[in-house]
Design a protein. Structure first.
Length: 430
């Protein structure tokens, strides 16, 4: 009996030991599973995707532009590049845009429309730049702004203000000068019509390059002056590649109008004036769109013949406007010369940068759709004065009137911005 009890006891003990052994193995499993669950966060595989975009955001912001660095617009095109470069240098020295450095990608379109269009296609679709800015001249702005619109890019530009720029139903274009290009001669027309009867010209001639910008300016100038009582006696349009103005000058000299108005870019303003000198034509008043506002090449080519000539301008070195002193100093530091030698086209390109920078910083983004909306709604502080844009991207201000006096030009209108009184007619002989 005792032996039987002993045997049963042994069997029970063996079973208990087996159960304990099995239970111990089962207890180890959840402990191991728990430890494995705790190890997952330490590997942190989910953090890797968030680190990559953060690193990308620290890279540079790229801005693409196609400029006429050769060809017929090379002089103002190079000036525009300098203005963009001054802005980039100042932005990067102050910490960048949204804390990121700015890189400018510049292509030379050789003053050719097809090349300019191809350049912006490449910048946007191949180089995949973050932003684009515009070239020089309405001639190049019109087709290239279409490319930017197709891809939804904002297109702030420094020198394309002809009527056609704003008549195509685009909402992405913004002209960074004080007023539409066609209104460039308005301050001059206002001045002429304000003169006393004995000083006011009675007849005028218009000689213009076949260019969207110049023709827009000429059309409005003719309208204002003829409505004011002046008689248009000669109206000539010449091809952009024209260099010989002798035949035109002889016709003008035969008519001898009191006022000559030139729709010019630069070289053709110099070419016209030299031809008028050779033909013996001496107007009582002379106005040219572009040329006189580029002081160094204009004065170097014509010397004292510049005296008394009028033109319009959007900016001048002494202007008391936002960041103007800094722009002037930085330009001289980078490119040399004197403040009076800084071309207006450089200032206009710098203005593009100011507008773009303020819009980006306001919305804290380089998203082009958001930028377009902000550019339409805000007012921007610039070196050409406060700028705001209407529904088609046209600025809503006024140009200034300059006149060459002695060896430089001075601002003579409108009265609230004038540095000096204009020299009254007749102008000195050229």
């Amino acid at each position: 009996m005792k032996q039987m009890r002993f045997a049963l006891t042994v069997i029970v003990l063996v079973l208990v030991l087996l159960l304990v052994a099995c239970g111990g193995g089962g207890a180890a499993e959840p402990t191991s599973t728990s430890e494995a669950a705790e190890e997952v966060p330490t590997a942190e595989p989910v953090e890797e995707p968030t680190e990559e975009p953060a690193a990308a955001d620290e890279g540079p912001i790229t801005i693409g532009v196609s400029l006429p660095l050769s060809g017929r617009f090379s002089e103002p095109g190079t000036a525009a590049q300098e203005g963009y470069e001054v802005w980039v240098a100042m932005v990067n020295e102050s910490g960048g845009l949204l804390g990121r450095q700015v890189e400018l990608s510049v292509l030379d379109n050789a003053s050719d429309q097809d090349t300019a269009v191809a350049d912006y296609e490449r910048l946007i679709t191949v180089d995949m730049v973050d932003l684009v800015v515009g070239p020089f001249s309405s001639f190049l702005v019109i087709p290239t702004s279409e490319v930017a619109a197709r891809y939804g890019y904002a297109f702030v530009e420094p020198a394309g203000g002809s009527p056609e720029v704003f008549e195509r139903g685009l909402n992405n274009i913004f002209f960074a000068q004080p007023a539409r290009g066609a209104r460039q001669a308005v301050p001059f027309a206002d001045y002429i019509l304000s003169l006393p009867e004995d000083q006011r010209p009675q007849t005028f001639a218009v000689v213009s390059q076949d260019d969207p910008f110049t023709l827009g300016v000429m059309d409005l100038a003719k309208e204002l002056l003829t409505e004011g009582g002046l008689e248009l006696v000669f109206d000539e349009i010449y091809a952009p590649e024209t260099t010989d103005f002798s035949a035109i000058a002889i016709q003008v000299a035969d008519l001898d109008p009191d006022l000559i108005i030139g729709g010019t870019v630069l070289e053709d303003s110099i070419g016209q004036i030299r031809a008028y000198q050779d033909a013996g034509y001496q107007p009582r008043v002379a106005y040219f769109t572009t040329g006189p506002s580029l002081p160094e090449p204009f004065r170097e080519a014509l010397g004292p013949a510049t005296e008394g000539i009028f033109a319009s301008i959007s900016w001048f070195p002494e202007a008391d406007e936002f960041q103007n002193a800094e722009f002037v100093q930085r330009y001289v530091d980078l490119f040399g010369g004197e403040p009076g030698d800084i071309p207006e086209d450089a200032a206009n390109a710098f203005t593009v940068g100011q507008v773009l920078q303020q819009a980006v910083e306001k919305i804290q983004s380089i998203d082009n759709a958001q930028l377009i909306e902000e550019l339409h709604s805000a007012t921007f502080d610039t070196i050409v004065g406060p700028l705001s844009f209407d529904e088609v991207g046209a600025p809503q201000g006024s140009f200034m009137l300059l006149q060459w006096q002695a060896d430089t030009f001075v601002i003579v209108g409108p009265p609230e911005r004038a540095e000096a009184e204009p020299l009254p007619p007749p102008k000195p002989e050229w």
